[in-house]
Design a binder for this molecule. Sequence first.
Ligand SMILES: Nc1ncnc2c1ncn2[C@@H]1O[C@H](COP(=O)(O)OP(=O)(O)O)[C@@H](O)[C@H]1O
Ligand SMILES: [Mg+2]
Length: 388
Amino acid sequence: MLDEMNEVYLDLAQIVRLALAEQTGDVRLFVARLVRKYRNTEPELAEQMDLYLRAKTPRAGAAMRKTVQPATPQHALPVDDESRLSLLKVYKDASDREQPLLSADLEETLSQLIQERHQMERLASMGLAPTRSAIFVGPPGVGKTLTARWLAAQLGVPLYVLDLTAVMSSLLGRSGNNLRAALDFAKRNHCVLLLDEIDAIAKRRSDETDVGELKRLVTVIMQEVDEWPSTGLLLAATNHPELIDPALWRRFDLVIDFKVPEIPAVRVAIKRFLGPDFALFGRWIDILSLAFNGESFSNIERDIQRFRRALALGTAADADLIEEFIKSRVLTLDRQSRIDLAVMLAKQTRLSQHTISDITGVSRDTIRKYANEQPTTAKKTSKRRSDA
Ligand SMILES: Nc1ncnc2c1ncn2[C@@H]1O[C@H](COP(=O)(O)OP(=O)(O)O)[C@@H](O)[C@H]1O
Ligand SMILES: [Mg+2]
């Protein structure tokens, strides 16, 4: 009996806590749980609570779940008065969408984010809310936008993307209203909202445009990050973390770093982007992995698509394509990478040392020396260190 009372006290405390925090979505989830819990022991109470639950349609909708179908937008997408362009881009992807290429760390972080959403009741029962906001940081073309799409698809909700450059572009005087309209819309619907290129606001601050207006925009966003309901997920993305106002930065629950891939990941990416042409082109993969080192996924994909088109049309032999490509890449590589590449070309192709030297800018002597002496990359590295 005492245990039972304790239970009731705990439930009561929890609901008060959630209610005072105005976490309406969480309150609803929690009440739904109480209905089930008390159905047998206190059927009347359970029924009453169930009635309350049904009485009013939730403002922000029930929690996002995999099984929830994307709701049809409750209102038309907000548009800017003058341009009539929709401020929000909508993506509704199937949940079996291919996962982006992610580092192990990233995969783990995202997987927890998804788990939290699938087990919101469990979190709520321990007085916890799921991650409500996250900011994606990293150079262009490494999958920030793509991952937001994938994440939304995993959660079974649409992704709305608000490009802040677009919000800002035309009418500075009204961008505050535009922004608020878009954010309100996103809050009313089951969705993931991505504030893409969020640095656009900060960047413009340095221009001599209306600083007051920009400050208001940043303030609007800060409030929204603070108050975003845990039934939704607010994402932001930036290539320029250094431009983000620290006060805004602090407000995100989670910072997620996206990086350009390292050689093993480059290899996996090449393989994926080659698709069925891997059979034709795969023999160059070691060389390509080295040559693409330091490039973003989107640049790798673009070049691979170009190769595939050329192969399909039969306009060039694969060896010629590779040679051309390496010539163009060599300038961006550091000396050691060029040596690695030259040695690999010497070993894996029939190109003469003369040609390789031409392509890579590494002298024939050096190629010969490394090709004969260092069979593995590891050894090469230690050799380089002892040279230095
Ligand atoms: N991690 C990744 N896995 C697979 N493809 C990627 C990845 N990152 C980028 N791409 C490719 O490059 C394109 C642009 O990536 P995007 O997500 O827009 O980059 P970002 O938002 O970081 O600038 C994607 O549509 C996809 O084709
Ligand atoms: Mg992007």
